[in-house]
Design a protein around this ligand. Structure first.
Ligand SMILES: [Fe+2]
Ligand SMILES: [Fe+2]
Length: 169
């Protein structure tokens, strides 16, 4: 901390408390992205069947995007003079993205992805609110990430719609 030189905006000494609040929110976001990477790897490999192919390919792409989000959150934690946590601090929460009973149950995967994306969307909207007026850099970053998550959710809502129309979901 001795090398700190900033005195403006969110990096100012006076803003230490606010910074810690934002770092806590970013840390939660970081873990959410890490767990999503894990969940999307498993769910891009496990599913069987013709209908699963589109979902599998979409999740394969998302893995890279979610990993990029995790890296951005980590970087921003450091920029705010926080420390990116080690793996021992991780605790899993995505009960809804565990492997289904049947590996052909792709609706389970689609619904799980929608739930994960919804959780991210809610949390990132909160960060955008908390940073408003005090940390535009974090806010700007999270707005861009939020757009990705909204896109992911919309895509999977579309997948679900197809199964609903056919009475399969
Ligand atoms: Fe993400
Ligand atoms: Fe996402």
């Amino acid at each position: 901390m001795t090398t700190r030189t900033s005195s403006e905006g969110i990096l100012a000494d006076d803003n230490r408390e606010k910074r810690e609040e934002i770092i806590a929110l970013l840390t939660k976001a970081y873990w959410m992205e890490i767990e999503t990477v894990m969940s999307y790897i498993t769910n891009s490999v496990n599913p069987d069947g013709l209908r699963a192919q589109e979902i599998v390919e979409s999740l394969q792409q998302d893995i890279q995007e979610e990993l990029g989000h995790a890296q951005q959150f980590a970087q921003r934690i450091k920029e705010l003079y926080g420390v990116v946590p080690g793996s021992l601090d991780f605790s899993a929460e995505q009960s809804y993205l565990q492997p289904p009973e049947q590996q052909t149950d792709i609706v389970h995967v689609i619904k799980g992805v929608i739930e994960a994306e919804t959780g991210a969307i809610e949390h990132y909207n909160r960060i955008i609110e908390v940073t408003d007026g005090v940390d535009y850099v974090t806010q700007d970053m999270v707005i861009a990430i939020l757009r990705d998550e909204e896109g992911h959710r919309r895509l999977f809502e579309g997948f679900l719609r197809e199964f609903e129309v056919e009475g399969l979901a």
